[in-house]
Design a binder for this molecule. Structure first.
Ligand code: GDP
Length: 393
């Protein structure tokens, strides 16, 4: 850890009401500042206390709040006080009056940890929505990404270009997954009106999030719902039915649907018997080409044929060749297959335990830059691209 010149005060527990809050005081003046605010029941000063000893006392004079402090390192002490907002603010203000600088726990970690990737992984861990994404971030916290970047640098430095390329390929392999360890994949449910998009959303998430109605045009705003599939965080969006309409409200909904499609990681394109995808018998249908034209080029699509409970068995067999999944939102048929198809489309090759996974845009950008310079066999440029990821100096 670099020698700190300032003493910082950091609220470690989340802001808001709680039973207990923890405030860290860290830096060369930490013991002096706390000794000026805190009187131990034993009468001993914190600067004389052994590390890890929990000490009961009062904050702000003999009538002050009773609380605990604990010295965590030679220059770090934690104050465990009442969790109310005012109580925490008063502890922090008193320390600031004694020269401490307030800072967020994010900034504190980035400043205090000499390994920027470890600090960033620790920050990201607090936002990991599932155990699976947390486990991947924990691997990066324990050094998987740092070690592989070092390996790439060493290989480039010693002119082992195939090895450098292999390391960078391994580093970039899981970049898409890495970008979704704290923020969900956007999965958009689209298709003509009335094909069962809202019903499918409800079936996928297991509760009634969207209104289901046999009147076309019920869903106008984009309706969102968060869930996890195979431990991957997903934000589903149920969109207005895509069709030609003069209705102003519906047109606005279709515009929103088109915008949602533009930022989708995956589209579930839903059809029903006699609907517009491939058939044009319905009065509000669009041709398949017309719907396809609204889909962003690069986005993967899972083609879903819903309402198969209305079909005879032989028709189902024929449809099975045209669609990725056949479902019935009413009977639940095919929902498990649809969930599996979504997981497989988003992450077809999940990172193995302990794999290096870049999880921030800057990491991916620098790894891509390094990969481009490996092609030119320019070791200086490879190190210049990667070194900032390993050291904040
Ligand atoms: P959306 O407009 O595409 O969102 O369609 P909805 O989910 O609102 O459903 C339209 C109508 O189709 C409603 O009456 C639903 O009950 C019905 N529906 C939805 N899914 C199925 C299904 O799998 N089978 C049958 N038989 N009806 C369905």
């Amino acid at each position: 850890m670099p020698a700190a010149t300032s003493t910082y005060v950091v609220e470690l527990t989340p802001v808001g009401k709680a039973a207990v809050a923890v405030v860290l005081v860290a830096g060369p003046d930490a013991m002096r500042a706390v000794d000026e605010c805190f009187t131990a029941l034993s009468g001993r000063q914190i600067r004389e206390a052994p590390v890890a000893r929990i000490i009961l006392g009062r904050w702000g004079g003999p009538d002050g709040e009773e609380l605990l402090v604990c010295r965590r390192a030679i220059d770090q002490v934690e104050v465990h006080c009442h969790g109310g907002t005012a109580a925490v603010r008063s502890v922090i203000e008193r320390l600031c009056e004694r020269g401490c600088k307030p800072t967020s726990w994010h900034d504190w970690l980035l400043r205090a940890d000499s390994d920027p990737i470890r600090a960033a992984a620790q920050i990201a861990l607090a936002d990991a929505p599932t155990a699976r994404t947390a486990a991947i971030l924990l691997d990066q916290y324990h050094g998987a990404l740092t070690a592989m970047i070092r390996r790439a640098i060493d290989a480039a430095d010693s002119g082992r270009w195939p090895a450098a390329m292999d390391s960078l390929d391994a580093l970039l392999k899981h970049r898409a997954t890495g970008m979704h360890l704290t923020s969900p994949w956007q999965v958009v449910i689209a298709g003509p009106p009335n094909v069962g998009k809202s019903s499918l959303l409800n079936a996928l998430i297991g509760y009634q999030r969207a209104i289901v109605c046999d009147l076309p045009g019920t869903t106008r705003d984009v309706v969102g719902a968060s869930t996890a599939i195979d431990g991957w965080p997903i934000q589903f969006s149920d969109t207005a039915g895509l069709h030609d309409t003069r209705d102003e409200l519906e047109s606005a909904g279709i515009e929103q649907a088109t915008a949602a499609l533009a930022s989708a990681a995956l589209v579930l394109l839903v059809a029903e018997p006699t609907d517009g995808i491939g058939h044009t018998t319905s009065s509000y249908s669009l041709s398949r080409a017309n719907i396809d034209a609204r889909l962003p080029r690069s986005v993967p699509v899972v083609r879903v044929h819903n309402k198969i409970d209305l079909l005879a068995a032989r028709d189902r067999v024929a449809l099975g060749e045209q669609y990725d999944v056949l479902t019935s939102a009413i009977t639940g048929h095919g929902i498990a297959a649809l969930i599996a198809a979504i997981g497989q489309s988003l992450v077809s090759d999940p990172p193995a335990e302990g794999a290096a996974v870049p999880f921030a845009a800057e990491q991916v950008q620098r790894l891509e830059m390094a990969r481009a310079t490996v092609h030119n066999r320019d070791a200086t440029a490879v190190v210049a691209s990667l070194h900032p990821l390993l050291s904040s100096n």
